[in-house]
Design a protein around this ligand. Structure first.
Ligand SMILES: [Zn+2]
Length: 619
């Protein structure tokens, strides 16, 4: 016992040392001095804040929307509200890695607190979460104010008359508790904030297909159970300065859900823009500086891969809006803008439920023969210039960096700049009728099933024509600024050019057959085609196939090679040609013998064979 005690004590000391070890040479008491100038702002939405002595003031309002409450304070405030409001209930949708509950508030005027009852109300369902990146927490404090105003305060009670609402105040709860004023150097408040990734340094907003994290698994379960009509993922930007304080958008018009993409741009955006403008905010579309620095080369409109919430929504035909508040606008302005967007979305859903439902149905029912596995820039198209509410910038020579650096001057500039779309289909894939996965890869099938994709396990052997891929030139992917390697706890694989082979084969009973003829069929393709950026193969889930595991020595390969040379003049000619043309080959006993070995049935027939088979359509 004593030994155990002292061990635990030393462990505690070690942990404390690790946590308090000085990692910053300089402590900044005034991070504001690092940031570009801010603009004076006041807007009608400020009237949404209640006085500090109001019985239902939120913890953030009590600070004038300068600070944000910790997890415990947030949860206890919500519990108090829920106890007082018959329209609200709170459920835990799962636990974080560190054991915290992932709370979701259910708001329903009909007190429809389970999925079936809620569907029976016939009202549209909005789901929103904040804090998938916990430093970007505006949505949490906006949501608390809105839930109060829709219930006990009565100010916005009518919002629940025609719509239901699910609200997850903090998705990355463990990251939220890694609190510091230093977590986001390029963000104006709150005073202290949480951290982007979870307690295992996983980014939840890269986890929507592979589903490594409990939080995203829980969210996907909620999607499957409650079947929301619209999903909002609330963030704060990094990057360039501009006038817009709240930017939002879907995954574009040309993604995997074109009807939804058009609905977001043509139906949703104008109404939400009007409400935000009326309340003193400056709404815009999602903005990424084309050159990564300033707006001189225009901005990008990006279509996300399904690892991201907006890409996932697009691939699964769940109408999804990514909201990015502008990090350089003060916290109060950002929280209030989020409130207006949430409130207007609920009100608007009540009016436009039918048009949204039809758009989603259109995309859920379409069964394209081919789909893009990724999107790229259309290099042939000259980007169109569009009006842009910018901030003047200049560049100066950085003494520390030794290179040009952007300085934002704070002065408003209304101009036109190129808008560059990254929505041109990249690699196209023909959609098969089904995929077959051997039973030994059931861990992959488990993850596929978590998405709500229907999976059949064969009870009898299935003999059929099938297509398989060999992946001869796969390699560990080159890291990039956006996708390092390892990435998210995975070794990323560059599949090179897979080679398709058609064969007639028998899949044993127990194999998993997964049809693409289902609403999530396109997501299935995006997880199983080797060339899709979010395929399990590229995420490194099939690393075993890249190891050759049976061996042969020279004493047996030399006589084998000689026999082959004697028997096959054509092979002899090819060998001689190879010797003459490839010096390294000619000098390597190993490569020379392997060249013969690979052409015999002794060689591993499953090496570099992707184990997921395609059953083509019409078979
Ligand atoms: Zn974010």
């Amino acid at each position: 016992m004593k030994y155990q005690y002292s061990f635990m004590l030393s462990l505690a000391v070690l942990t404390a040392t690790l946590v308090s070890a000085p990692t910053r040479a300089v402590v900044f008491s005034d991070t504001e001095s690092l940031l570009p100038p801010t603009q004076e702002w006041s807007g009608k939405s400020e009237q949404l804040m209640v006085a500090a002595d109001d019985p239902w003031v939120t913890p953030a309002e009590r600070t004038g929307l300068r600070a944000t409450p910790a997890y415990d304070e947030t949860v206890s405030w919500l519990q108090k509200l829920v106890a007082a409001a018959p329209e609200l209930q709170m459920v835990s949708i799962g636990k974080s890695l560190q054991g915290r509950d992932l709370w979701m508030v259910i708001a329903s005027a009909d007190q429809a607190f389970n999925a079936a009852a809620m569907r029976a109300t016939g009202k549209p369902l909005l789901i929103a979460h904040a804090g998938i990146h916990s430093g970007e927490i505006d949505g949490k404090d906006a949501g608390l104010m809105l839930l109060r105003d829709m219930t006990v305060a009565g100010r916005n009670k009518e919002l629940l008359a025609n719509a239901n609402f699910l609200f997850i105040p903090i998705l990355n709860v463990d990251g939220h508790e890694r609190i510091s004023p230093y977590n986001r150097i390029n963000q104006r408040g709150p005073e202290e904030m949480g951290w982007r990734t979870n307690a295992r340094n996983q980014n939840l907003n890269r986890d929507f297909t592979k589903l490594d994290t409990p939080a995203v698994r829980a969210l996907i379960r909620v999607f499957g159970l409650w079947k929301p009509d619209l999903y909002l993922d609330l963030h704060v930007t990094d990057g360039a300065d501009y006038q817009y304080d709240i930017t939002f958008g879907g995954n574009g018009r040309r993604g995997w859900s074109p009807a939804i993409g058009n609905w977001i741009e043509d139906v949703y955006r104008p109404a939400i823009n009007t409400a935000l403008n009326d309340n003193g905010h400056v709404p815009g579309g999602l903005i990424f500086a084309a050159n990564g620095k300033d707006m001189k080369d225009g901005f990008l409109s990006w279509s996300g891969d399904p690892r991201f919430s907006n890409g996932y929504g697009d691939a699964t035909h769940l109408p999804t809006i990514l909201v990015e508040n502008h990090s350089l606008k003060p916290y109060k302005r950002r929280v209030l803008g989020t409130y207006v967007l949430l409130a207007e979305t609920l009100s608007f859903l009540g009016k436009e439920y039918e048009s949204l439902r039809l758009a989603a149905l259109d995309d859920q029912q379409r069964r394209p023969k081919m789909i893009p596995l990724n999107f790229k820039r259309n290099e042939d198209q000259v980007p169109e210039s569009v009006p842009f509410k910018g901030i003047r910038s200049e560049r100066y020579q950085g003494e520390a960096s030794g290179a040009e650096v952007v300085r934002w001057m704070g002065e408003l500039v209304n101009t036109s700049i190129p808008r560059i779309f990254y929505d041109e289909p990249g690699v196209m894939a023909e959609i098969p009728a089904a995929y077959v996965i051997p039973v030994v890869w059931s861990d992959i099938v488990d993850r596929i099933a978590m998405h709500g994709i229907q999976v059949e396990q064969l009870t009898e052997p299935l003999t059929t024509v099938a297509e398989v891929y060999r992946i001869p030139d796969a390699k560990i992917a080159e890291p990039s600024a956006w996708v390092p390697n390892p990435f998210e706890g995975h070794i990323r694989i560059d599949p090179g050019k897979p080679v398709k082979q058609v064969l007639r084969t028998t899949f044993p009973a127990g194999s998993f057959k997964i049809s693409t003829d289902q609403p999530l069929g396109e997501l299935l393709v995006l997880m199983l085609e080797p060339q899709a950026p979010d395929s399990f193969l590229q995420w490194g889930f099939f690393l075993e196939i890249f190891t050759r595991t049976e061996y042969a020595e020279a004493y047996v390969l030399e006589p084998l090679a000689q026999k082959m040379l004697q028997k096959d003049p054509d092979l002899k000619a090819r060998f001689e040609q190879k010797l003459a043309s490839d010096e390294d080959f000619a000098a390597s006993q190993y490569r020379r013998l392997m060249w013969f070995y690979e052409q015999t049935p002794f060689y591993d027939q499953e090496y570099l064979l992707y184990p997921v088979a395609r059953i083509p359509t019409g078979t």
